[in-house]
Design a protein around this ligand. Sequence first.
Ligand SMILES: *[C@@H]1O[C@H](CO)[C@@H](O)[C@H](O)[C@H]1NC(C)=O
Ligand SMILES: *[C@@H]1O[C@H](CO)[C@@H](O)[C@H](O)[C@H]1NC(C)=O
Ligand SMILES: *[C@@H]1O[C@H](CO)[C@@H](O)[C@H](O)[C@H]1NC(C)=O
Ligand SMILES: *[C@@H]1O[C@H](CO)[C@@H](O)[C@H](O)[C@H]1NC(C)=O
Length: 498
Amino acid sequence: MKMENEIFLKICWWKSSSSGPASGTNRKCCRPLEKIVLTTTGVLLIFLTFFVAAICLSSGWIDSSIFSGISYQKPLRCTTRNQIQTCPRDYPTTNMDRPSNLTCPSYFKWIYEDLKPWKETGITKEMVESANKSATFKLVILSGKVYVEKYRPSFQTRDKFTLWGILQLLRLYPGKLPDLELMFNCDDVPSGRGPNGGPPALFRYCADQWSQEIMFPDWSFWGWVETNIKPWNQLLEEMVEGNKRIKWKDRVPFAYWKGNPDVNRKDLMACRGSNEKEWNTLLYAQDWGKEARTGFKQSNLAEQCTQRYKIYIEGWTWSVSEKYILTCDSMTLFVMPRYYDFFNRGMVPLQHYWPIIRDNNLCPSLKFAVEWGNNHTDLAQKIGNASSNFIREELKMEYVYDYMFHVLNEYSKLLRFKPSLPPGAVELCSETMACSANGMMRKFMEDSMVKSPSGSSPCNIPPPYDLSTLQEFIEKKSDLTRQVQMWQHESQNKNKTQ
Ligand SMILES: *[C@@H]1O[C@H](CO)[C@@H](O)[C@H](O)[C@H]1NC(C)=O
Ligand SMILES: *[C@@H]1O[C@H](CO)[C@@H](O)[C@H](O)[C@H]1NC(C)=O
Ligand SMILES: *[C@@H]1O[C@H](CO)[C@@H](O)[C@H](O)[C@H]1NC(C)=O
Ligand SMILES: *[C@@H]1O[C@H](CO)[C@@H](O)[C@H](O)[C@H]1NC(C)=O
């Protein structure tokens, strides 16, 4: 099984404390004063109301849609028993078109790189259809409605939560998505090249340099029920809180990893050594069966920021654990991956993580990284801080939706045919998906549902890389990785000569 099952969580409740009642004013004496006090109180009250409203608005307690006049009054409209679930027709078809003054994070530039194979030729119907040999489903958007044709089952609930995410995107930006047809593959391992007539146009979660595929956020942003990993909007908040609990300097000064060792990670497990001091590591195999029986209570992601260093390492392919590992202020020892996803190409060695080459020297490299960090605590902290800032600010759910919007929008500009309904397609909406779901699946869907359309357009996508800037960026990354290797060699040679 090419499963990733490294990190899990349990539910955490936060109570906001309420303040006591305000003391009243003495009305009996000081009559003239009373007036002043009351007027001042009145003015203060008005100010306070505005202040509270502003806070509520900015923190999202109140939907800004109250003011724009459009919202999904009752978020999910399930029909009663015995009735066939239909898709409501009176939902908003546009959102307020206030332009956004935000520029999207720079990793959005990779959208153009992913679409480059079709820049000159455009995307023909044949290029889309030829991906049907490996696609999990075909998605069609026509006049703001979503249709799906399923080809084959996916692993677990990946396809369901991916489709759920796309439906939420349409609720966030109703009427904004262009008509399109696309093929989506929910597997881990890229499928490789297509037949003649140009590469097949296929969306997926990860790719390597030998595959030409279009990156899209994975299902876990809306929840992974099989491992009890909550939707990202909720989990990120909890992790940011959990991260504050132990200061970096007070954390365990070793490198931590827990996960499934059976998916191509024997080399890492060899670094367990006879004790944690041998390679400066704390490595644990996840007991998948036992964790599943206890609801993954041993694996609360929000309580896992207790070591100074965390290891990210691929299994057979990229791992969903990546964003959770990078969210802690701990410096990530990033074992340089073969596969990329939609956001990790925007990160830079020594700025966001410590690069580790996966070779015969893996254990000494881990040991060196930890020793270096413990000798340069300020720099190690800075790197840990930069990765959690990156995740918190550039990978928040708003930008995940904006990425989806822009990749679909740019893709649709390349289509050389008029999208149409395939014969076997069924209309999909949040109601047809969530109303029949129950248990954890229903809960995750409700928790990740978009409650009202956005008050503005998506962020503005930055212009594409020009060829030389892109080459410089890629070279800079490999130079920094080599730099780290040189430090390691120097240190090892020095130790030998001593
Ligand atoms: C963008 O708009 C928001 C309010 O809509 C404002 O607070 C912020 O300062 C603006 N940012 C820039 C860079 O203009
Ligand atoms: C895939 O597309 C080809 C060409 O359009 C078609 O002949 C074939 O039936 C399709 N296969 C599936 C599984 O839809
Ligand atoms: C860390 O500091 C110790 C003591 O100064 C030194 O012996 C060791 O070589 C240093 N290691 C690294 C990786 O900087
Ligand atoms: C971490 O980053 C935040 C936001 O940029 C900054 O305010 C804080 O000072 C940084 N902390 C450290 C230890 O670098």
